[in-house]
Design a protein around this ligand. Structure first.
Ligand code: IYR
Length: 221
């Protein structure tokens, strides 16, 4: 049986407007920085829900939407997450990460202490769902990593568009998030994203970014 199809006719924008909009998006997105110093200033649950609704519009393999978003503003839970993340990070920075990795992080200035996990108003944890059970039958999802990555990217973009700062934090391993947040074994922690306003005295590393020309090829060079 072929799929039921419905018309899709978005209004065709004018090319000049498109270029202007793309230029504006570029200058706006170029301002985005990963933030590690957050203000405790609250962000409403409604705003977070809307930003997650944006992420939830992401395309996904076979339209399965193989993700779970867990939004945390409970102080006790945030503290638990911080303590568990720091425990893993101490082991990682202490002996699990090879010297080359530590050297690569040196200009970013990260370390095992993660006070922002408690200070920030929201922790959004994205889980990737590789398989699910429906009516007792196991059903696999398709391209769960790609799909969840796209949803995460759209969430980061949406946060920036409304003026909120984020960090893509990946304490490794992240299984503690399953336990603390009560998620089942088929939901794998994918990204831990603190979301909030930057602290007034927030600083970010003065990094040189790889230019686009080094990441872009036109046709077959
Ligand atoms: N997860 C650690 C280490 C870390 C790894 C990468 I790759 C970064 O770009 C930044 C940090 C941490 O969050 O400190």
């Amino acid at each position: 049986m072929p799929a039921k199809m419905i018309p899709y006719r978005p209004t065709l924008p004018d090319p000049e407007w498109m270029q202007k909009r793309a230029d504006d998006l570029l200058s706006d997105m170029s301002q985005r920085r990963s933030c590690r110093y957050f203000s405790p200033k609250p962000v409403s649950r409604q705003l977070i829900e809307t930003l997650l609704a944006v992420a939830h519009t992401a395309p996904s393999g076979a339209n399965r939407k193989p993700w779970r978003f867990v939004a945390v503003d409970d102080e006790t839970l945030k503290r638990e997450v911080r303590l568990a993340a720091e425990e893993e990070e101490r082991l990682s920075y202490g002996h699990r990460m090879p010297q080359a990795w530590l050297d690569a992080l040196e200009p970013i200035g990260t370390g095992p202490e993660k006070p922002y996990l408690e200070i920030v108003p929201w922790l959004v944890v994205i889980f990737r769902i590789d398989w699910e059970t429906h009516d007792g039958a196991k059903q696999v999802n398709y391209y769960p990593s790609e799909s969840t990555g796209i949803a995460a990217g759209m969430f980061l973009n949406a946060c920036h568009q409304v003026g909120l700062a984020t960090l893509t934090h990946t304490p490794s391993p992240m299984t503690f998030l399953q336990t603390i947040l009560g998620r089942p074994v088929n939901e794998k922690p994918y990204l831990l994203i603190p979301v909030g306003y930057p602290a007034e005295d927030c600083t970010v590393p003065d990094l040189v970014k790889k230019p686009l020309k080094d990441a872009l090829q036109w046709n077959k060079s």
